[in-house]
Every structure is written in structure tokens, then in C-alpha cells.
Design a protein around this ligand. Structure first.
Ligand SMILES: Nc1ncnc2c1ncn2[C@@H]1O[C@H](COP(=O)(O)OP(=O)(O)O)[C@@H](O)[C@H]1O
Ligand SMILES: [Mg+2]
Length: 374
């Protein structure tokens, strides 16, 4: 056997980190206006006041998370008493999980998960804010995942009305929504609305030329010169545009370069890009399926199985089939279906007929869904 298999290193990557989808790039063009507006909202917090509340809205891959992360990094550098807390609601989607993240940021570790109530954790947070004179700025990223079971109202109510219970606390919130169909103002309770009063910042999709420039910069930074030809960059840009999400393009570049490396080539060829796209285009499916809980996985699986037979499914029929395998009530079932819809895994529509029927279609090829469910 050939020795030093791992040491043989003729990498095509100048800097592999640059082609990770959660990498925060140094160079961040086309979002000046949004960054300026966000900075304006945050600024009162740097002077010891409460930051203004903000809603950032835009399709996936339009730079919302990156904008916030860049500004948060700047805040960390100021050493002011403004503490930014970033919460990914796709992962932390209960009020307890969210206050636990805030607690961790302030204390350095998570609160004990058993025997601790939400209220106890928030009490501890409020005490620290008052004692250390800290202003809190909480980002709820992809907060559309908090819309089921009304978690969003519970969380916002606690954060935004905290000064009524704990005098002297100052908390501002940035809510990021990546689902354009969500109307946040309709989802919020009146008692939350009256204190939230956010400014909306819109993140429009990037145009073709913008996508090209962003991808070009990534290629130059992440790969050695000559690894990707201009012609193939065009193909990558085309596929990125088609998928509608920059992340797909970045992931695609990484996979294509890895494939070329594996074949011991010094350049990426068309075939590398095309096979990489076949995987990268399921980035969203892959990622969201990983965040599902057991019960949700079960329902998605059942949907995918039934969908293999007929494209359109009636929610009632799906429920009947699921009920046989698992004891679950209709209300819970329907909550989960709504969640899968909001996660853009399925499409839920109402249709007028005899009564209102609820029709479900899958947004992905059922075989793929079953594959990613494992
Ligand atoms: N203007 C930009 N310049 C460079 N890279 C960008 C830009 N906008 C987005 N990206 C990259 O695209 C990917 C998706 O951006 P992200 O901020 O996560 O979008 P969103 O949160 O809106 O879904 C990330 O890898 C990010 O680095
Ligand atoms: Mg994001």
C-alpha cells in the first residue's frame, strides 16, 4: 500500500474555510444599505439604552445571517456593556432552549436542563442584567420556526416586557424571517405587538451579476488560481441562480473541488460541477431533515411513502394512515403538517370542494426525502 496517504497534500484549496456555508466573509458587498439600517437600530444599545427592535426579512441566502453576525462581531470588539446573543431557531425552537442560549452567553455554561423552569432561567438572566448593568440584544434567526405552538409570542413577550417585571432591564430583539409568506404582524398577540414595534429591513434576492461577483470572490479566496475556469464559473453561477440560494453555490464549489482532488486533477472539470450540483441542490432538504424531531420525521416519512403513489394527498387520509402506526391526535398531527409546510418541505393548500379540504404535496422527490430521512 502507498504510504502517507493522508500526508500527500496537493490541495486545490487555498483556504478551505472560505467554502463553508457558515463562513462569515471579509468581503461582503451589496448589503451596505441593510447593514447601515441595522447599525442604526443597534446603536442606542451602545450608549446604554435599549436597542430598537428589528425584523429582517428575505429569502434564504440573501445575507441576513451574515449581516447580523458581522455587526455582532463589531459589538464584541467594542467591549461596551451591550451583549449580543445569536440564536438559531431552526435548532433552538422552544422558549426554554432560547433562554438557555442567553443564559449560556452571560454565564458561560447552560443552565441545568432538568429541574429548572423557564422562569427560573429568565430570573437568573434578569438578575445578571441588572447587577452588571448589561444591555441585551437577542437575534432570533429563522424565527419562522417559532411560529408553531405559539413559541414566538411567549419568547417575545418575556424579552420585550421584562422591564415591567424586572425594573432596569433593557432588551432589544432582531427577528429574522426567511419565509416570505409569513406575515409576522398577524402571528403576534396584541400584547406583544404593543411593545415590539419593529422596523422592517428587507433583503432582496441577489441578481445574476451580483451572484457572479460573490462567487468569483469566493473562488479567488478559497481555491488556487486556475482551478476553476471562467466557463465553469458561469455554470456554477447558473446553477446557483437556479437553486435560488447562494449556499447551494458555495457548497457546490467545495464538492466540485473535492471531487477534482480525489481524482488527482489540478483543475475542476464540468463533470465535477454537475455531480456536485446533484448533491448540493438538496442542501436545504438535508439540513432541515436533520433538525426534525422523531414524531415529525415519522409524519414526513409517511407523507413521502404515500406521495410515492399519488402526488396530491388529502390531509385527512394521511392522518388515518399515520394513526394506525402511531397514537397521535389530529391537532398534534396538523401542527406538525403546518410546521413541515413552513419549513418548505411540503406544500399545504386549502381547496374549496365539499367543505374545505386540505391538500398536501411534497416539495421534493419522495425518494429523495426517504433517502435523507435514512
Ligand atoms: N453579499 C455577500 N457577499 C459574500 N457572500 C455572501 C453575501 N451574501 C451572502 N453570502 C454568503 O451566502 C451564504 C448565505 O448567506 P446568509 O447570510 O447565510 O443568508 P441568509 O441568512 O439570508 O439565508 C453564506 O455562505 C454567506 O457567506
Ligand atoms: Mg440565515
Amino acid at each position: 500500500m502507498k504510504k502517507n496517504l493522508l500526508m500527500w497534500d496537493e490541495s486545490l484549496f487555498r483556504d478551505p474555510e472560505v467554502l463553508e456555508i457558515d463562513f462569515v466573509p471579509e468581503q461582503f458587498e451589496f448589503r451596505d444599505e441593510q447593514m447601515r439600517e441595522l447599525a442604526f437600530q443597534i446603536k442606542p444599545g451602545l450608549r446604554g439604552g435599549r436597542p430598537l427592535n428589528t425584523v429582517c426579512k428575505g429569502l434564504p441566502g440573501t445575507g441576513k445571517t451574515t449581516s447580523v453576525k458581522k455587526l455582532f462581531a463589531e459589538i464584541e470588539e467594542t467591549k461596551k456593556k451591550l451583549v449580543p446573543v445569536y440564536v438559531n431557531c431552526q435548532i433552538d425552537n422552544t422558549k426554554f432552549a432560547i433562554v438557555s442560549q442567553i443564559y449560556k452567553k452571560l454565564v458561560g455554561h447552560f443552565p441545568p436542563s432538568s429541574g429548572t423552569s423557564f422562569k427560573q432561567v429568565f430570573d437568573a438572566i434578569a438578575r445578571i442584567l441588572i447587577k452588571d448593568d448589561i444591555v441585551l440584544l437577542v437575534t432570533l434567526d429563522d424565527a419562522n420556526y417559532l411560529l408553531y405552538e405559539n413559541e414566538i409570542n411567549k419568547v417575545l413577550y418575556t424579552l420585550l416586557r421584562s422591564h415591567e417585571t424586572y425594573e432596569g432591564t433593557r432588551i432589544g430583539v432582531i427577528v429574522i424571517i426567511s419565509d416570505m409568506d409569513v406575515d409576522l404582524s398577524r402571528a403576534l398577540d396584541a400584547r406583544v405587538v404593543s411593545v415590539f414595534r419593529p422596523t422592517d429591513i428587507y433583503f432582496p434576492p441577489y441578481g445574476d451579476a451580483e451572484i457572479r461577483e460573490i462567487m468569483k470572490a469566493r473562488v479567488n479566496q478559497g481555491l488556487f488560481p486556475g482551478v476553476l475556469s471562467d466557463e465553469l464559473l458561469d455554470l456554477v453561477v447558473e446553477q446557483t441562480t437556479r437553486s435560488g440560494d447562494l449556499r447551494v453555490g458555495i457548497d457546490l464549489l467545495k464538492r466540485a473541488a473535492l471531487a477534482a482532488e480525489r481524482a488527482a486533477r489540478r483543475t475542476i472539470v464540468r463533470e465535477d460541477v454537475c455531480s456536485a450540483y446533484e448533491i448540493s441542490k438538496y442542501l436545504h432538504l438535508n439540513y432541515t431533515v436533520k433538525t426534525l424531531k422523531d414524531e415529525e420525521r415519522l409524519i414526513l416519512k409517511s407523507l413521502a411513502e404515500q406521495c410515492s403513489q399519488e402526488r396530491e394527498m388529502n390531509a385527512g387520509d394521511v392522518f388515518k394512515a399515520i394513526k394506525e402506526a402511531k397514537a397521535i391526535g389530529y391537532t398534534r398531527f396538523y401542527e406538525i403538517v403546518k410546521k413541515l409546510d413552513a419549513m418548505r418541505l411540503i406544500n399545504l393548500q386549502y381547496r374549496e370542494g365539499k367543505g374545505r379540504t386540505r391538500v398536501i404535496t411534497l416539495r421534493y422527490d419522495p425518494a429523495r426525502v426517504l433517502e435523507y430521512l435514512g
